[in-house]
Write a protein that binds this ligand. Sequence first.
Ligand SMILES: [Zn+2]
Length: 335
Amino acid sequence: MNAYTSHDMTAKITHEHEDTTNSDNNLINDWQYTLAQPIEIGGIGVHSGRFIEVILHPAPADHGIVFERSDVSDRDSIIPGTIQFAVPHDLCTRIENKDGVGVNTIEHFMAAFHGIGVDNLRIEIDGPEMPILDGSASPIFNLLKRAGLARQNKLRQVITILKEVEVDMGDGVIAKLSPADSLEIDVSIQFDDQLIGHQSMSYSNTSQAFIDELADARTFCMLRDVEAMRNSGLARGGSLDNALVVHNGTVLNDGGLRTTDEFVRHKTLDCLGDLFLLGMAIKARLSASKPGHALSTNLLKTLMNTPDAFHIQSHEDAPDRGQWAYPEKAVAVHS
Ligand SMILES: [Zn+2]
């Protein structure tokens, strides 16, 4: 028996959807997965305005999500997508290694990996920022689905929250992790513009919920902020094709909103992506008020610095795991 099963995601999702009593449904007590084949994806970086090319390569079990800057040769080009490498950034999630080489705007990719359950990838990127695509995780999900997932020979590690950890950054910007049996995310946002106002959402992470509730929610900004960002050298690649732009109670984008609460759905998507910086399945309830990337990375660093607040369960290999193999070999077997 080969340890890898070339695996169509639709089949996985259908299976999980049918068997709602299966603990795999919440992506916690499940095998690790990688891609069944590499994916190439290109697009504009929202802040740099550059066209960026990315290749998502399959990677072995316990590898994690690791980025590699193919345009950097004079310094360390490897940056693991984990909280230890996250650095403060106002508008996106940035990871950076000790040589100062980093990648910006990883959050929507991380959300898709977390939502669907993709544990191990080597991500080759030829610039400093992941492409923004349409501002949501939908194009990423569609590519992952087309490539298919390969099941690996190890179960996921699971981090369990044992006691509350809270970060309060002032002005109602608060996040708290508390014990739960699976990953639950409660988000509330408050914006002056009447189109957004107060919105809240409670989300339970399963692959189906990710597809139904979060994947197509786009990032957003206020028209007045666009000029300010451009003046500080940001959002050079921003356009109505990759972000909702809100002004005086309306969106300027053709076609309007995908759902009336698209804003809080996107903020929940961002939280899901940032939580995956822990690099494993999570048993916790995240309660976040007015969240942003600085808040979520601050919360995760606080958690890591509070050792009695969590427990990490490492799974041993399953007894029927068969012969260990690289995914590339498995793809060859199944093609
Ligand atoms: Zn976002």
